[in-house]
Design a protein around this ligand. Sequence first.
Ligand SMILES: C[C@](O)(CO)[C@H](O)COP(=O)(O)OP(=O)(O)OC[C@H]1O[C@@H](n2ccc(N)nc2=O)[C@H](O)[C@@H]1O
Ligand SMILES: Nc1ncnc2c1ncn2[C@@H]1O[C@H](COP(=O)(O)OP(=O)(O)OP(=O)(O)O)[C@@H](O)[C@H]1O
Length: 299
Amino acid sequence: MTPDSTMGPPAGAAGPALAETARAKINLHLHVTGRRADGYHLLDSLVVFAEAADTVTLAPAEGLSLTIGGPEGGVLAAEPDNLVLRAARLLAEVAGRPLPGAALHLEKRLPVASGIGGGSADAAAALRALDRFWGLGIGVAGLEALALRLGADVPVCLASRPARMAGVGELLSAAPRLPGFGLVLANPRVSLPTPPIFAARTGPFSPPAVLPEAWTDAAAMASALRELRNDLEPPAILLCPAVAEVLAALRALPGALLARMSGSGATCFALFAEAEAAARAAEALPPAWWRWGGAVRAA
Ligand SMILES: C[C@](O)(CO)[C@H](O)COP(=O)(O)OP(=O)(O)OC[C@H]1O[C@@H](n2ccc(N)nc2=O)[C@H](O)[C@@H]1O
Ligand SMILES: Nc1ncnc2c1ncn2[C@@H]1O[C@H](COP(=O)(O)OP(=O)(O)OP(=O)(O)O)[C@@H](O)[C@H]1O
């Protein structure tokens, strides 16, 4: 069993339930370094995972099904094809043999289409859970190619640990050794689909960042990250001016070392020396926003 997995209490007569955590993905920097012939963009990003998370659970059942709950689940209820079910069907297809059914449940706490990869994390959590449930034994490394077919961010969400991401998201390598630090996440409650943000990006491509092997403390990490950027921030602000407001509010929080947008937005983050300070700071943000403060998952 991986440290990310728990066996839950028996789910009625059906048998034991199984749960996987789907953590929010944060791009500490995001350089767009080029563009492939198929239109996908080449990226360089240092990715970390916050303790803010959705949960995917499953219990034995007839066929494959999905129920959705949680404070952010409402908008997904109307969608015909959730990434959790797409992940389940894809894994069943490559397994290529009859498999037991599973009743999946998604507890959605991360805002949808918000740049923190909630859907990607859910898909990765479903792959991990079903790999175990079906006894396929593929494991996180073996699931990577399959994960990429579900989305550029899904491979990095499989291990859900700090990583350097390149290519379109499929080239994963070790992150620098990171110090302990805290994060505040804030979203102005505007959902921002990814394709138009990439399409609105203009100007020259950025070189990949040069990162050290380790940062000894959060202040050193923040000062290095200040030299880098999220290249999708300008197009996101153009299409969603509220992103600039969120960044200004995060920068004004006492103790904030750095504020930046994650992914294609609209969620932005502020980096803090301590998780407790981040948790307190989040409370000061407008209650109308989605906000969260706390710890980052260690390596
Ligand atoms: C911007 C990031 O959040 C950074 O972590 C991700 O690269 C986005 O990953 P994702 O949401 O899983 O993206 P996908 O669902 O694969 O792609 C959505 C759309 O975004 C654009 N896209 C995505 C990833 C990428 N490297 N280049 C792109 O141009 C493409 O138009 C694509 O059709
Ligand atoms: N389980 C899911 N959670 C969230 N979105 C889902 C899910 N399943 C399908 N989707 C669809 O995927 C789209 C992208 O959702 P997601 O929340 O992953 O975006 P994001 O946070 O911008 O991701 P990224 O940072 O990878 O760009 C949503 O607009 C929604 O239509």
